[in-house]
Design a protein around this ligand. Structure first.
Ligand code: IPM
Ligand code: MG
Length: 385
């Protein structure tokens, strides 16, 4: 009977959702930047601000060294069972000679493909404090806020055939296949239009319809999805090469850019440099929403790679990794308020002049990877009331 049951003490820990994370640091600076995410998670748990459980796994060269594969089935099972995968970076010259199927990048590609993470969100935001770190003029990048939506499970990355054949006459022939089906273009277009509605309501679709059949279909399908479902959003089409030029010429013309897997890979590296450094760009890779559970598979990773040249020196910038964790809070864990705080904390450490080597400029304070991570946690602390 109500009121007579044993004490229902209101215990925050009982009511607070537990979030299951799989941490995959990978190789090179991946382990160093992931250590800063762990620091933040430990602090959030200790303060009772949120409750995370973490599993750890190997991916990339680290997995190859241990198990001769780029990721094991056991680690894939942990990924399937997690609320979000937090991924560092993979690769390095050490594994240049390993079999193609076991190369470090194969681990990343398997995660994307097997978890069905077709939508890769790569926001490029230029923090005011960093406008002078960009190789472009301040007025071109200051206040920049664009979102690249990259298709992530199709196109030339996965198309078959994908072969090198010996032609027997001293020649070889290499084939990669660019392939897109209607449904793949429709679902990535929807993600882009949905995002645009919450932003400045404009989508630019990029392809090469002047030379590629897949570009013709891409253009046609995006145009149809727009007319049918999103007529209120402004849509424009650019050829991917001139789109790349426009990104460095006047990037503020863009809001959301939607493009295929390969063009998205290249255009997002360009966009990263607009923000000052590749060390600043986070990303989210999302699967289809499961109507039953209301959840989707997701992985969060910085756009930068494993940077073997600076690995182990405490020189890596952990901000892209921390901001990727922030995207996990926002897109997977329903902790948007906390994500806002983390973004604010990152902006605050930059405004105070703290800089890792990649974003160092005149008159700022050089810090190591862990000093940067500590400073972010300290700002988070200051934001708690
Ligand atoms: C990226 C990377 C990967 C890609 C590599 C590491 C396979 O460049 O996430 O942008 O090409 O997608
Ligand atoms: Mg890339």
């Amino acid at each position: 009977m109500a009121g007579t049951s044993p004490a229902m003490t209101h215990d925050e820990d009982l009511t607070m959702a537990t979030h299951k994370l799989l941490l995959l640091p990978g190789d090179g600076i991946g382990t160093e930047v992931m250590a800063e995410v762990t620091r933040l998670i430990d602090w959030l748990n200790a303060e009772g601000i949120a409750h995370f459980t973490t599993e750890h796994g190997l991916v990339g060269g680290a997995a190859y060294d241990a198990d001769k594969v780029a990721i094991t089935d056991a680690t894939m099972a942990l990924a399937e069972a997690s609320d979000a995968v937090i991924f560092g970076a993979v690769g390095g010259p050490k594994w240049d000679a390993v079999p193609y199927d076991a190369r470090p990048e194969a681990g990343l590609l398997r995660l994307r493909k097997d978890l069905g993470l077709f939508a890769n969100l790569r926001p490029a935001v230029c923090y005011p404090a960093l406008a002078d770190s960009s190789s472009l003029k301040r007025e071109v990048v200051e206040g920049l806020d664009i979102m690249i939506v990259r298709e992530l499970t199709g196109g030339v990355y996965f198309g078959e055939p994908k072969t090198i054949t010996d032609l027997g006459n001293g020649q070889k022939r290499a084939i990669d296949t660019q392939v897109y089906d209607t449904y793949e273009i429709e679902r990535i277009a929807r993600v882009a239009f949905d995002l645009a509605r919450k932003r400045r309501n404009k989508v630019t679709s990029m392809e090469k319809r002047n030379v590629m059949k897949s570009g013709v279909l891409w253009n046609e399908v995006v145009t149809q999805v727009h007319a049918r479902e999103f007529p209120d959003v402004q849509l424009e089409h650019q050829l991917a090469d001139s789109g790349g030029m426009n990104l460095v010429k006047w990037p503020k013309q863009f809001d959301v850019i939607v493009t295929d897997n390969l063009f998205g890979d290249m255009l997002s590296d360009i966009a990263a440099m607009l923000t000052g450094s590749l060390g600043m760009l986070p990303s989210a890779s999302l699967g289809e929403l499961n109507a039953k559970t209301g959840k989707r598979k997701a992985m969060y990773e910085p756009v930068h790679g494993s940077a073997p040249d600076i690995a182990g020196k405490g020189a890596a910038n952990p901000l892209a990794m921390l901001a990727s964790f922030g995207m996990a809070l926002r897109y997977s864990l329903d902790l948007g308020g906390l994500a806002d705080q983390l973004d604010a904390a990152i902006a605050a450490v930059l405004a105070k002049g703290l800089r890792t080597a990649d974003i160092k400029s005149e008159g700022t304070t050089a810090v190591s990877t862990s000093e940067m991570g500590e400073a972010v946690v300290k700002e988070m602390q200051a934001l708690q009331v």
